[in-house]
Design a protein around this ligand. Structure first.
Ligand SMILES: O=C(O)CC[C@@H](O)C(=O)O
Ligand SMILES: [Zn+2]
Length: 508
């Protein structure tokens, strides 16, 4: 199994690497002299990790930088730099630009599309030492932070002032704000606070040639022509390295609560969503979905069941609703009225529901939803599809893909263990996960381009929130037509005519 896995990684790497390199004339790998130079321009010797110089480190020090979170993509970087300032990032890039050394910017390395790991032996620039909060205004809620600040630590920093971060992800304990912005991370609060395209007020970016682009505005309104920062939100390190972020944080709600509902049929999700919007209106802050198999996996991998098993025997799927309002009694009353309505019809829309009664119950209900990615990874090797399709098609899409796996005998032969769906109903974002016993060509060929064709038939998106990375460059055409792709290429070439930035990612 290990051998097959290695071959697969290598094949993916080879394909993308050769395409990426087609755009550059001469490419240099990092050598010993380069490492020597980096040690001179960086203020601390611990900022350089390199196997090219025995005095620095061994290859095991590089393992975490070379592999992605899922263990699906693996590069062969010999050198990782951990600059401490924007100026150091600028010096590194200026040097790499002159010598055409390929670089991969890396934040918390929690992405799910292989965007933050090298494909071959690119130089990795880790942002983790750029970790200072630059300023926080407790009146406006505007936070300015270094790119390497961990999302959760920023939440902790602003909490005493009564603010929260406008985004929340399962990976909050290790993902970094610069990586969040570079990948335009969505997450669990998007329904309420919108995307980073709206909440990011400014960025500081080091361009591929080392120039520092200072767009670090703290103004909410700035209507002075082209909004350059927007280009870097979701650019996945292909046109520059984000070193600083200015972001608008919302006031913390005075009261939050959540409820998990068990639904007898997927077709009830839409009427339940509709009723929820009507009843909870402005206090609704999340409406998340997971199907029965996803729920069973969460329980199998350690999460506490919110219902006795017999109560949810006939459940086809579950939804988690969160309220963020001003007064607990008021919000809970709204939820209770909603639950009464959902249960009142002759054909009740829900089987049952559990409303959290304490902060620990609130956390454990969220843990079921937030823990799904980890539960999936414990169960097997996941083929992850992060797609936008109409909410009414979520179950149908999962069913179509499951039927295809059955038809090809992948399930009966144990190659595919589960086909599951979960995601953000409020945002029309489905996480379709096909859990295989191993990464395998037959499974991959059964799924692709099939899944992408299904998405295209809905005029959906092949990446709702995880980005393109290395995983989906070949599939971009299903969501972006030829003219759009040409303009994306032109933008890449304007900033990075030498093609040194994160080669093989986003664009082929
Ligand atoms: O595991 C996934 O496929 C999705 C991860 C994340 O975007 C989530 O919504 O939990
Ligand atoms: Zn998600």
């Amino acid at each position: 199994m290990l051998t097959i896995l290695r071959q697969n990684i290598w094949r993916v790497a080879k394909r993308d690497f050769s395409r990426a390199w087609a755009h550059t004339s001469s490419v240099h790998s990092v050598n010993e002299q380069d490492v020597e130079h980096f040690t001179k321009i960086l203020s601390s010797p611990s900022s350089v990790i390199s196997t090219l110089s025995p005095s620095f480190s061994s290859s095991s020090d590089l393992e975490n930088f070379n592999a992605d979170w899922m263990g699906k993509y693996k590069g062969h970087a010999t050198t990782v730099l951990k600059p401490r300032t924007t100026e150091e990032v600028s010096k590194i890039l200026k040097y790499c630009w002159e010598r055409q050394i390929h670089v991969v910017p890396q934040g918390g390395n929690t992405g799910l599309v292989g965007g933050s790991v090298p494909i071959q032996d690119e130089l990795v620039i880790s942002l983790s030492n750029l970790s200072k909060v630059r300023s926080f205004d407790p009146v406006s809620g505007i936070l300015v932070a270094d790119a390497g600040c961990v999302l959760e630590s920023l939440s902790e920093h602003i909490a005493p002032h009564g603010f929260i971060m406008p985004l929340d992800l399962g990976a909050k304990g290790s993902c970094q704000i610069g990586g969040n912005v570079a990948t335009n991370a969505g997450g669990l609060r998007l329904l309420r606070y919108g995307s980073l395209h709206g909440t990011v007020l400014g960025l500081e970016v080091v361009l591929p040639d080392g120039t520092v682009l200072d767009q670090l505005s703290t103004m909410r309104k700035d209507n002075t022509g082209y909004d350059l920062k927007q280009l870097f939100i979701g650019s996945e390190g292909t046109i520059g390295i984000i070193t600083g972020v200015s972001i608008l944080t919302p006031p913390a709600p005075k009261s939050t609560n959540n409820v998990v509902l068990a639904l007898p049929s997927f077709s009830n999700v839409i009427p339940v969503f509709k009723a929820t919007r009507q009843h909870l209106s402005e206090v609704l802050s999340a409406f998340e979905y997971f199907d029965r198999t996803a729920y069973d996996l969460a329980l199998k991998h350690g999460h506490a069941a919110p219902f006795p098993a017999e109560e949810v025997e006939g459940a086809e799927c579950y939804v988690l609703l969160e309220t963020s309002g001003g007064k607990k009694e008021h919000d809970d009353e709204k939820i209770n009225t909603l639950l009464e309505t959902l249960l009142s019809d002759e054909d009740s829309l829900i089987l049952t529901g559990t409303l959290s009664q304490s902060p620990s119950q609130f956390a454990s209900l969220w843990a079921i939803r937030e823990g799904l990615t980890e539960a999936v990874s414990k169960e097997g090797k996941a083929y992850k599809y992060d797609i936008s399709v109409p909410v009414s098609s979520f179950a149908e899409v999962v069913g179509t893909v499951r039927a295809r796996c059955e038809e090809k005998g992948l399930i009966s032969r144990g190659l595919v263990k589960h086909v599951i769906g979960y995601g953000h109903v409020g945002d029309g974002n489905l996480h379709l996960n096909v859990i295989a016993s191993e990464y395998n060509d037959e499974v991959a060929q059964t799924l692709e381009p099939f899944v992408y064709e299904v998405v295209a038939s809905h005029r959906g998106s092949i990446s709702a929130e995880h980005g393109i990375g290395v995983m989906k460059t070949h599939a971009l055409k299903y969501s972006k037509d030829a003219i759009s792709r040409q303009w994306m290429r032109k933008i890449k070439d304007i900033f990075d005519s030498k093609g040194i930035m994160n080669p093989g990612k986003v664009l082929e």
